[in-house]
Design a protein around this ligand. Structure first.
Ligand SMILES: [Cu+2]
Length: 184
């Protein structure tokens, strides 16, 4: 059960819902009380409107669920998390320390799925992979002493020079903490 919550997209979605449900219950209770118990100052007859209200409510909840369920698999983090469990991924180890990255490999081929296993040796850093066009592909936080490496995988579909940057402020030379990856 715990594995399911941690490792699958649906687990993440269910966890999010569990955190939201208490707030939703309180919210709807307040709405309900406002509408049906305390009808001041409009003095409208609540019965007349209840059908429309519940109809709307059902529509909104329905739309919320449909949109969330339909979009969950397109979330970048979910896509990367799935890729990081891919069987055919090649593992590359990354050590982050103030203020440099040490990769055991930094030349890959187009089409390769690389699983980056990264850890920090001193303070909190991050490992951000940046596309040659400047857009960020992902970032993951590296906490020293975490015990396990942070892992994310990416399938390189375009050749070029990719940049790795630290996106967690980690001291005086944080801005120069970067490295490059070449994809052929
Ligand atoms: Cu930094």
């Amino acid at each position: 059960m715990i594995d399911f919550l941690y490792t699958s997209a649906w687990g993440a979605f269910i966890t999010m819902l569990l955190f939201q449900i208490p707030f939703l219950i309180v919210f709807f209770q307040i709405v309900n009380k406002k509408a049906f118990v305390d009808s001041e100052p409009g003095k409208t007859e609540p019965d007349k409107y209840s059908r429309t209200r519940y109809g709307w409510l059902a529509l909104v909840i329905g739309a919320f669920i449909v949109v969330n369920v339909a979009s969950v698999k397109y979330m970048p983090t979910i896509i990367e998390a799935k890729a990081s469990m891919a069987q055919d991924a090649r593992d590359v180890s990354v050590i982050a320390r103030s203020w440099a990255f040490e990769l055991n490999e930094n030349e890959f081929k187009v089409g390769e799925t690389i699983r980056f296993l990264a850890k920090s040796e001193d303070t909190v850093h991050s490992f951000a992979l940046i596309h040659p066009d400047g857009s960020q592909i992902f970032t993951m936080m590296l906490v020293p002493g975490a015990g396990v490496e942070s892992a994310l995988a990416h399938t390189f579909t375009e050749p070029g020079e990719y940049t790795i940057r630290c996106l967690e402020f980690c001291g005086a030379a944080h801005h120069v903490m970067k490295s490059t990856i070449t994809v052929l």
